[in-house]
Design a protein around this ligand. Structure first.
Ligand code: ADP
Ligand code: MG
Length: 231
């Protein structure tokens, strides 16, 4: 089963809110972190468990805010002609440590030497990180995550990220990318929303192919003839 997802209406409203709220929360967060550090250094009794919880919860807030901030209307989005293979290779490098922790290997294939397109490289990297992380999270220790970059047709490139994890029930596929939709105890349900938003901004789209118990493939289709002037 395949489903093409576009959720621009929801995304725009959320995006505007996100920008404002995220910025407002960042400042008090910085103060909190500073004072907690001071406190930790000055208490005599061992409260290390409490401090671990506090630190981990603060990290979680930061993750949520960072993901939210990506939604903010980009002030200075810079689209450059960049090599997609390079961006993907850097992403894979970045995630290797996390994969290795679970003895998971990446199997990446690049059909062509280079795939140049106009893009915001850091944002695309964020998308790849989000989707590959999800793949890692459902992959058993010792498993494989497959990544493929290939030409779709004269005007599109297809990036596929495949796992052999639990899969997604058909009726849940349409919920992917909705704000806060998560099935994880410690999930934010923001990673895919942010990813879909970025791909939309690049005039691309996401397709999800999944079979319960067999695994999931996220396909990202991006236009190659992407003129800077169009933006
Ligand atoms: P989070 O990872 O914080 O839960 P995401 O937006 O990244 O938020 O993903 C939302 C939900 O989509 C996940 O909680 C999970 O239910 C589902 N999902 C995403 N990717 C996969 C995958 N590769 N395999 C199975 N389920 C997935
Ligand atoms: Mg995620």
């Amino acid at each position: 089963l395949q489903e093409q997802i576009r959720k621009s209406d929801t995304l725009n409203v959320v995006g505007e809110l996100a920008a404002g709220i995220a910025h407002e929360i960042r400042n008090p967060m910085t103060a909190l972190k500073g004072f907690i550090q001071l406190l930790q250094d000055s208490v005599t009794e061992d409260f290390s468990n409490y401090f671990n919880v506090i630190t981990s919860e603060l990290k979680r807030i930061e993750t949520i805010i960072t993901e939210f901030l990506v939604l903010a209307k980009p002030q200075a989005m810079r689209y450059y002609k960049q090599d997609l293979n390079g961006i993907m290779r850097e992403t894979v490098e970045l995630l290797k440590a996390q994969a290795l922790l679970h003895n998971i290997q990446f199997q990446a294939s690049f059909e062509e030497e280079e795939f140049f397109l106009y893009c915001e490289g850091n944002q695309l990297k964020q998308v790849f990180i989000n989707i590959i992380k999800n793949a890692l999270e459902v992959t058993d220790d010792g498993g494989l995550v497959y990544i493929k970059v290939k030409r779709e047709d004269a005007e599109h490139v297809r990036i596929s990220i495949k796992d052999e994890g639990v899969g997604i029930p058909e009726e849940k596929i349409k919920k992917l990318g909705e704000p806060f939709y998560t099935t994880k105890e410690r999930g934010t349900g923001l990673g895919l929303m942010v990813s879909y938003k970025i791909i939309e901004e690049h005039k691309g789209y996401v397709e999800v192919e999944s079979q319960e118990g067999k695994g999931t493939t996220f396909h990202i289709l991006l236009p190659l003839k992407f003129d800077y002037e169009e933006l």
